[in-house]
Design a binder for this molecule. Structure first.
Ligand SMILES: Nc1ncnc2c1ncn2[C@@H]1O[C@H](COP(=O)(O)OP(=O)(O)OP(=O)(O)O)[C@@H](O)[C@H]1O
Length: 699
C-alpha cells in the first residue's frame, strides 16, 4: 500500500530580516555521505543521517515575544478508546558475564565441575603443575574446584608439607582473560580491602606465574548452588532463613566498607571446608564486579546514573536497576539476595527459561511484572516482606540490615548453636545495633505508612505530560483526533499563527499541541503509514526543514512534523525494535542530542540533532515512570526534553540547556485520560505542555 500522504505547509516571513540567508554555511558534510546534499544511509541500522551545507535562520525571538495570553482550547469529539497490547520490545546490552547461560539447565553446574587440572578444556592454556607467587611457598596444583567466566579455581597443596597441611584455593586468571587487560585482575584490589573481613575469604598471596595471575586464598567448601543441587533442588525454610540472616550480615559488612558486591547469587556463596570448624560458615566470593557505592576520597555516595546499554551481573539474580543500567548501590545486592533466597526455597524463579537475543529485556520485564505475593506464594511471610522492603529501597538509601535480619527471626530456631548455618555475624550485628539504639529489634518502623508498591504485576498505560514555565503564550491542544480530521485542526492553527510543537498518539488517535512560542517560520507535516517515511523526510531535509515533532500509532503509522526556524544544524534519526541507547551514545559523541522521540507499537524512533542547544543529555528508561531518576536529574539541573513510551517501557530524555531559562520550573503529570482539565490549570500558572506521550507507567 502506498504511504498515505497528507502534506501541508505553512510559512511565515522570517521575523529576523537582517539575517542573510546565504551567510552562514554551518555543517560539514558527513564523511559517509556520497554526493553533496545526499544523506548517508547505514544499511544495517535503518539510520539516515543528513548533512547539508546550508544556513540556519533562527526565528525563535520573533514568535516568542508574543505576549498574547488568551488561549484557544479545542477539544476534539470524544471517541471510544481501544486497548492495544503492543508486542514486546527488545533491549540489546553489553553482556559482560555469563548472562547467556541462564536457562533451564542451571549455570550453577559449572561450579560443581571437579575435573582434575590436566583435563582442562582445550581453549584455556594448561594450568602449571606447581606455582609459587608473591613470596608464597611452592604449591602443587591438585583438583579443580570451580570455574567462572573469569578464572579457574584449583586446590593447592604445599610441596614438602605433610599430609595434614592445610589446602589452599588458587584462583588462576590467564593474562589474556577479559579481566586482565590492564594488568592484574581488578578483583585483587577489592580483596586488598575486603579479604579476611566478615564472610570474605582471606587472600594469602598473589602474583604472576608465567601467563597466569594467581591468587592464593582460604580453601572453602561447596557453594549454595552445590548444596541445593545435591539436595534434590530444595532447601528447608529454616536453612534458607539462616542463609538470609547471615548473608545480610555479610553484605552489611561489605557495604560498611564502601563496596557493593554486584553479583550476589547461590554460586558465589560458599560454605567453609567440610570437616573444619567453618563448615557451617557462609562466605561470599567473586569480587570481580564489586564497585564502590561510597567515594573513597569524599566519603559521599557515588553519583546516580543510568546507561541502559550497560549490564553487569547475572541475568537470573540481577536487580531490575542493574538490568536497566543504573549505577550499582546497596539496594541491588539485597534485591539479588532476595532472588537467591527464593530460588533456594522454591527451586525456580518465575523468569527462568527465557532465551534469545532479548532475554535480558524479557527477564527484567518479568521481574517488574511479578509481585512479591506471586513470587513468594507458599513461602513463609518473611520472605515476601524482605522482597517488598528491598524493591522499594532508593538509590542512596541505607538499608536497615538489622530490621531485615529480624524479619527471619520467627523461622529459625532460638538456639544459634544448632542452626544449619552459623549466624554469628548476624548476632553480632543485631547486638551492635541494639547497643546503639538501646533495643534489639527494629519494630519502630512497623508504624510506617505502607510504601507504594513498585512491582504491581499489572501494567498500566497513561498519558505522560510535561510542562515548562514560559512567558504567557497561546497554546492549543487537540486529542482523540482521527487521521481524517488532522488537516483541518492543523490548518486552523496555522491560520491563527500557531505551529505544532508536540504530537502524540493514544492507540490510533492523535494528540496535537500547537503554540505561538515555537520560533518556527514554516512547517510541513505528513501522516504516513510508515514509521518513519524516509523519502518524505529526506525530501524535506533537502528543503531545509528539520524534524521538530514525531508520533507513532499502534498500527505503525506516523505523524512527522518538520519545521524551519529551528536551531538545528544537522539531523539524524533511527528506528529500532529496542530502545537504541547504544546509537544515542554514539551520536552524543558526535555532538548530536535527542530532539524528538516516538513509538509505534513496540518500535522506537529517535531523532537527534546537532545544534540542539544543550550542553549535556541523559536518558531515563524504565518499566514504570522513573520518578526517582527524574527527581535526581532535576536536582542536577536536567529538564525533560523528550518523552516516548511503548506498552512496556517509558523513556525520558533530560537535557541541560545551553542557555538557562529564567524560570526552570518543570512539572510532569500522569493521567489515564488526556489531561485536558489539568492543562488549563497549568496554563493559569504559566506552565505549558513541552512534551507529551501515551504509554507505560504504573497506576
Ligand atoms: N576459595 C575457594 N575455595 C573453594 N572453591 C572456590 C573458592 N573460590 C572460588 N571457588 C569455586 O570456583 C568457582 C569460580 O570462582 P569465582 O566465582 O571466584 O570465579 P569467577 O571466574 O570470577 O566467576 P564468575 O564468572 O561468577 O565471575 C566458584 O563458584 C566456586 O565454586
Amino acid at each position: 500500500m502506498p504511504p498515505q500522504l497528507r502534506t501541508r505547509r505553512k510559512t511565515t516571513q522570517n521575523p529576523n530580516p537582517n539575517q542573510n540567508p546565504n551567510q552562514n554555511p554551518i555543517t560539514k558534510p558527513e564523511t559517509a555521505r556520497g554526493r553533496r546534499g545526499r544523506p548517508a544511509r547505514n544499511r544495517n541500522h535503518n539510520t539516515i543521517a543528513l548533512a547539508r551545507d546550508h544556513e540556519i535562520i533562527d526565528n525563535r525571538l520573533g514568535l516568542n515575544n508574543n505576549n498574547e495570553t488568551n488561549r484557544v482550547v479545542v477539544v476534539e469529539d470524544e471517541e471510544e478508546e481501544e486497548e492495544h497490547h503492543a508486542p514486546q520490545v527488545r533491549v540489546s546490552r553489553d553482556i559482560k558475564k555469563q548472562d547467556i547461560m541462564d536457562d533451564d539447565c542451571d549455570s550453577g553446574g559449572r561450579s560443581a565441575d571437579k575435573a582434575p587440572a590436566a583435563d582442562d578444556e582445550g581453549t584455556t592454556p594448561p594450568i602449571p603443575e606447581k606455582v609459587q607467587v608473591g613470596g608464597s611457598p611452592l604449591y602443587r596444583i591438585d583438583r579443580k574446584l570451580g570455574k567462572g567466566g573469569f578464572g579457574q579455581v584449583y586446590v593447592g597443596r604445599r610441596v614438602g608439607a605433610g599430609a595434614g597441611a592445610p589446602e589452599v584455593a588458587l584462583k588462576f586468571e590467564h593474562k589474556s582473560s577479559k579481566g586482565c587487560n590492564y594488568g592484574p585482575p581488578y578483583e585483587w584490589q577489592v580483596y586488598n580491602v575486603l579479604g579476611g573481613s566478615h564472610g570474605v575469604p582471606r587472600v594469602h598471596y598473589k602474583g604472576r606465574h608465567g601467563d597466569f595471575y594467581i591468587m592464593v586464598m582460604d580453601m572453602l567448601g561447596p557453594s549454595l548452588w552445590d548444596v541445593w543441587n545435591n539436595k534434590t533442588h530444595t532447601m528447608s525454610a529454616e536453612m534458607v532463613a539462616c542463609i538470609a540472616i547471615e548473608a545480610i550480615s555479610i553484605l552489611e559488612k561489605m557495604h560498611s566498607r564502601g563496596y557493593v558486591h554486584g553479583d550476589v547469587k547461590p554460586e558465589n556463596f560458599l560454605l567453609g571446608s567440610p570437616g573444619t570448624h567453618d563448615e557451617k560458615k557462609l562466605f561470599l566470593v567473586d569480587l570481580g564486579l564489586a564497585t564502590r557505592w561510597r567515594d573513597n576520597s569524599t566519603g559521599l555516595h557515588v553519583e546516580y546514573d543510568q546507561r541502559p546499554d550497560v549490564f553487569r551481573g547475572t541475568v537470573r539474580y540481577a536487580s531490575v536497576h542493574a538490568h536497566l543500567g543504573r549505577t550499582g548501590s546497596r539496594r541491588d545486592d539485597l534485591e539479588s539476595l532476595a532472588y537467591t533466597l527464593i530460588f533456594l526455597l522454591r527451586g525456580r524463579l518465575p523468569w527462568q527459561g527465557f532465551q534469545g537475543e532479548n532475554k535480558g529485556f524479557l527477564v527484567c520485564k518479568k521481574k517488574m511484572a511479578t509481585s512479591p505475593e506471586n513470587m513468594c506464594c507458599l513461602c513463609p511471610a518473611p520472605f515476601r516482606k524482605f522482597i517488598e522492603y528491598v524493591v522499594n529501597l532508593k538509590f542512596e538509601e541505607e538499608p536497615n540490615y538489622a530490621k531485615c535480619i529480624s524479619l527471619f527471626d520467627g523461622i529459625v530456631g532460638p538456639n544459634p548453636d544448632i542452626r544449619p548455618i552459623n549466624t554469628d555475624g548476624a548476632q553480632k550485628l543485631i547486638y551492635q545495633v541494639g547497643q546503639k539504639r538501646g533495643r534489639l529489634t527494629m519494630e519502630e518502623d512497623d508504624d510506617e505508612q505502607p510504601k507504594k508498591k513498585v512491582r504491581i504485576g499489572m501494567p498500566a498505560t497513561q498519558w505522560i505530560s510535561v510542562y515548562n514555565a514560559r512567558r504567557p503564550m497561546k497554546q492549543r491542544y487537540h486529542y482523540n483526533v482521527a487521521d481524517l480530521r488532522l488537516p483541518q485542526h492543523i490548518e486552523k492553527g496555522y491560520e491563527d499563527g500557531l505551529f505544532i510543537s508536540s504530537v502524540a498518539c493514544c492507540t490510533n488517535l492523535w494528540a496535537l499541541i500547537m503554540d505561538a512560542g515555537t520560533g518556527f517560520s514554516a512547517q510541513v507535516y505528513e501522516l504516513s503509514s510508515y514509521f518513519l517515511h524516509k523519502e518524505w523526510i529526506m525530501e524535506q531535509w533537502e528543503k531545509n526543514y528539520y524534524i521538530s515533532a514525531i508520533a507513532g500509532s499502534t498500527n505503525g503509522s506516523s505523524l512527522v512534523v518538520m519545521s524551519k526556524g529551528t536551531q538545528y544544524l544537522q539531523q539524524s534519526y533511527k528506528v529500532s525494535d529496542s530502545f537504541p541507547f547504544k546509537w544515542i551514545n554514539k551520536k552524543w559523541k558526535e555532538g548530536f542530542y535527542v530532539t524528538a522521540m516516538a513509538t509505534a507499537g513496540s518500535r522506537w524512533a529517535i531523532v537527534m540533532s546537532r545544534g540542539a542547544g544543550f550542553t549535556d543529555q541523559v536518558v531515563e528508561l524504565d518499566f514504570l515512570y522513573p520518578s526517582e531518576g527524574i527527581h535526581r536529574r532535576w536536582d542536577n539541573g536536567y529538564r525533560i526534553t523528550s518523552t516516548a513510551a511503548t506498552y512496556d517501557q517509558a523513556a525520558f530524555v533530560l537535557s541541560i540547556p545551553r542557555r538557562k531559562p529564567a524560570d526552570e520550573t518543570q512539572e510532569t503529570l500522569r493521567t489515564s485520560d488526556f489531561p485536558s482539565t489539568h492543562v488549563k490549570e497549568k496554563w493559569s500558572k504559566n506552565l505549558y505542555i513541552a512534551s507529551i506521550c501515551y504509554g507505560r507507567t504504573v497506576s
